[in-house]
Design a protein around this ligand. Structure first.
Ligand code: ZN
Ligand code: ZN
Length: 261
């Protein structure tokens, strides 16, 4: 069967998502503005209703404008404990979506703070200390090609350094918010065993990007990157994109084929 010919509905019936390892909650906030709209228990309720086995709460890294306050981690752990009591079939992890920035280990989560979390994901965002303004302009406005190439080189070096200096589980939405050399990043993910995220919430990785990753020996993960509970567990469009890029579903670690009766 040619999976590329299946409709989204057919794909959704043929494959399921086992766990969602990138979701945000009200702990991603700036002042009174909530960047993530649901509480931990709300994301858990949504994950349970969709039949997921595992869920990760991965709010933004501590230096992000919407970043979590690491002092609140005991409260987050308490919320997770309560959510597990309410939904005992669901395993819930506390992760973080660290920012890739110019620090000694290349992240806004220091090596000493890694132990606060069950695992660390990392991605590029518009935050200070990462050529934020230049990257934003290059993404949204006309920008000289030479400057773009220079940014691409700097962004790529920074991502590769972060990947090689830390045990990062998932590289979130690679290529979004920062132009990169996909070949170099794919090779670093291959060498470090970092999962490449497919996430249609962002413009990258797009079809062309994923065709490049597909030529390297990397594994993929599909995440919703939900900022509200109703989006938790979304996967079908990301799966269709991966398949279009030539990525076989068995290379996506959290996707399972359902046996037909
Ligand atoms: Zn992100
Ligand atoms: Zn995110």
């Amino acid at each position: 069967m040619n999976l590329k010919e299946l409709t989204l509905e057919e794909l959704g019936k043929k494959f399921r998502i086992k766990g969602d390892y990138h979701t945000h909650t009200v702990y991603s906030k700036v002042g009174p503005y909530l960047h993530g709209k649901g509480r931990i228990i709300d994301n858990a309720a949504a994950a349970s209703a969709k039949g997921l086995e595992e869920l990760a709460i991965t709010d933004h890294g501590p230096t992000d404008f919407y970043g979590l306050d690491q002092k609140k981690i005991p409260q987050m752990r308490e919320d997770i404990k309560n959510a597990v009591q309410a939904y005992p079939d669901l395993k819930i992890y506390l992760g973080v979506e660290a920012d890739i920035v110019d620090t000694p280990n290349g992240l806004d989560v220091s090596p000493e703070d890694f132990g606060l979390y069950d695992f660390v994901n990392a991605g590029y965002h518009y935050v200070p200390n990462c050529h934020m303004i230049a990257n934003w302009i290059a993404f949204h406005l006309p920008y000289p090609a030479a400057g773009r190439e220079k940014l691409r080189r700097m962004n790529t070096e920074r991502i590769v350094r972060a990947l090689k200096s830390n045990n990062i589980r998932i590289l979130t939405h690679p290529g979004d918010k920062a132009f990169i050399d996909e070949h170099a990043v794919a090779k670093a993910c291959e060498e470090t065993g970092t999962l490449v995220e497919v996430n249609v919430r962002h413009r990258h990785p797009n079809l062309e990007d994923l065709k490049i990753y597909a030529s390297y020996d990397v594994k993929y993960i599909i995440d919703s990157d939900a900022h509200s509970p109703d989006k938790v567990g979304r996967y079908v469009k990301s799966l269709a994109l991966a398949i279009s890029a030539g990525i076989s579903p068995d290379r996506i670690v959290n996707i399972e084929e359902l046996r037909s009766e």
